[in-house]
Design a protein around this ligand. Structure first.
Ligand code: B12
Length: 474
């Protein structure tokens, strides 16, 4: 049996370390046909990787490139370190066939093929494509031309980008904790679960439809909950996190998942990223609370009716207001995300969003305020950036990253306004404040341990921040 080593190149620990769900799913789809092993660089930055390669002697090595940069104008750029610290040292000592993939790779495949000189790359989800590619390589066959594969020298062969996003994905269980050492993720991280793929929304800056396809492809709620139950039986009390583009799309699926969790009487803690205001109502939140949701993210980006339309969010202001009212009513801990500077932003629209924050958001909830929209290839925002001559035709957007700012308000003025707003409001954080100070973190851990506090960390931190501000300590 030939051997495959899958390498997680991601070492970013903020806002918390995320386990390599995609690699675990790939391993699940290859096991049985190949001997598969995963090397996770998250906690040793790849220090033991070369030794592992020498010992395991794989025929194929797949590198997962998830993060390119942290998408803020004062960017952290991850690519150079991943190439020089992780990929290159392996290429120097191993004759194995090198294959790239992952979400970051899929956004910038041509550039990353060129920078790494890898043998193959697969754009997008890869369970069946990687299986197919390895089978052909095993047989020494010429690579099937309709595969979504990039062949060396960044020449694209049979690039059918997007067309493979139609069928259901295999939906195998990731069994993350059986494939990697999950223990370091337990404390701050979460056990990732995917309930669907695809996103049929059209937010102008977003890569999700390009990465996952534009059609929601849902897994059976009973499978999803079975996966959670089995993982819970093995790992015990840990936060389970849905990593879907939006949790409550298509309408009704999230409700079915919650009902299944309730039916099985699981006592799990759950959190999720995006909730679509359009499909949210009191009965959804009631079910989510009963199922075990202890934290959600809300990402309307703006509370200006005009900007919601400009951004192509697919929901309107009354729907955001109604969702916020429901969240407050249920006191469901929520991290809110606002993104300033989008097309049409000016001081009036900025103030509309601030009014919304003051009127609708629970002051115990965190409001994250960022500015500047990262321009990604093949998005509507890229077209706008071209029309407005922010970028040139053919310009690579990998590095340096390009950020879009509305010409209705200067970047500097926006920064001043956000700074003011976040210093006047205890729960608002400017995105440049990436991590809480170490002493505050320590205090929060102490308090939580002493008082057995189970609320989300951000609420504890916000309380300490408020106390310290009142005492003039920050
Ligand atoms: C959920 C999510 C989060 C959650 C993660 C929660 C969790 N428990 O995992 C949170 C909110 C915490 C988060 C944080 C961040 N995220 Co995020 N996140 C996502 C999201 C929506 C889904 C990721 C996911 O789990 N997908 C499901 C798995 C199954 O898919 P996958 O990993 O992509 O794997 C498949 C394929 O890529 C491929 N594949 C993967 N590896 C390999 C390897 C090989 C060899 C091959 C052939 C194929 C292959 O096959 C897999 C199976 O089909 C993506 C966008 C998206 N729609 O993909 C952004 C995304 C990955 N995040 C992104 C970023 C930037 C970040 C942050 C840096 C943001 C910040 N400023 O803090 C942080 C970094 C966190 C960290 N520690 O690394 C970017 C990365 C690209 C970029 N611009 O750099 C993305 C793509 C969004 C975007 N802006 O375009 N994120």
């Amino acid at each position: 049996m030939k051997k495959v080593l899958l390498v997680n190149c991601n070492t970013e620990k903020a806002p918390y370390p995320v386990p390599p769900l995609g690699l675990c799913l790939l391993a699940a789809s290859l096991e049985g046909t190949w001997e598969v092993s995963i090397y996770d660089c998250m906690f040793d930055e790849g220090a033991g990787l070369v030794d592992r390669v020498l010992q395991f002697n794989p025929d194929y090595i797949g590198f997962s490139i998830r993060n390119i940069d942290n998408t803020t104008p004062d960017s952290v750029y991850y690519v150079d370190d991943q190439i020089s610290g992780i990929i290159r040292p392996v290429q120097d000592i191993s004759p194995a066939v090198i294959i790239l993939g992952g979400s970051g790779f899929s956004i910038f495949p041509e550039e990353l093929m060129q920078l790494t000189q890898a043998d193959y790359g697969i754009i997008g989800e890869a369970e069946s494509t990687l299986h197919h590619l390895l089978a052909l390589l095993d047989k020494g066959e010429e690579v099937f031309p309709s595969l979504v594969v990039l062949v060396g020298n960044s020449k694209i062969r049979g690039n059918t980008r997007g067309s493979y996003h139609k069928g259901l994905f295999s939906g195998r269980f990731s069994e993350i904790d059986l494939k990697i050492d999950f223990s370091p993720y337990r404390e701050r991280g979460a056990y990732s679960v995917q309930s669907k793929r695809g996103c049929s929304h059209g937010c102008i800056y977003c890569t999700y439809p390009l990465l996952e396809g534009t059609i929601f492809r849902t897994r059976k709620p009973s499978d999803i909950v079975e996966e959670i139950e089995q993982a819970f039986d093995r790992v015990g009390d840990v936060m389970f996190e849905f990593v879907d583009s939006t949790f409550n799309d298509p309408k009704g699926h999230a409700e079915e998942i919650c009902r299944e969790i309730i039916r099985r009487k699981l006592r799990v803690r759950l959190r999720t990223m995006g909730i679509n205001p359009r499909n949210s109502n009191e009965s959804l939140f009631e079910l989510m609370m009963e199922a075990g949701f202890v934290q959600i993210d809300a990402t309307p980006d703006t509370a200006s009716a005009r900007l919601l339309a400009n951004l192509g969010k697919g929901f309107d202001l009354p729907e955001v207001q109604q969702m916020a009212t429901t969240i407050k009513k249920f006191n469901l801990p929520t991290m809110w995300f606002f993104l300033f500077g989008s097309p049409g932003e000016n001081e009036d629209t900025f103030n509309e969003t601030l009014d919304f924050i003051d009127t609708y958001i629970n002051p115990e909830d965190l409001v994250y305020m960022a500015s500047g929209l990262r321009v990604y290839p093949n998005t509507p925002l890229e077209k706008t950036a071209l029309q407005e001559k922010l970028i040139k035709p053919g310009q690579s957007l990998l590095y340096p990253p390009v950020f879009y700012f509305s010409d209705g308000i200067s970047r500097e003025r926006l920064s001043v306004l956000i700074k003011e707003a976040s210093s006047e409001r205890m729960n608002c954080i400017y995105s440049t404040e990436t991590r809480p100070p170490a002493e505050m973190m320590l205090e929060a851990h102490k308090l939580r341990a002493e008082k057995q506090i189970r609320e989300p960390m951000f609420r504890t931190l916000l309380r300490i921040r408020k106390e310290w501000k009142e005492k003039g300590l920050v």
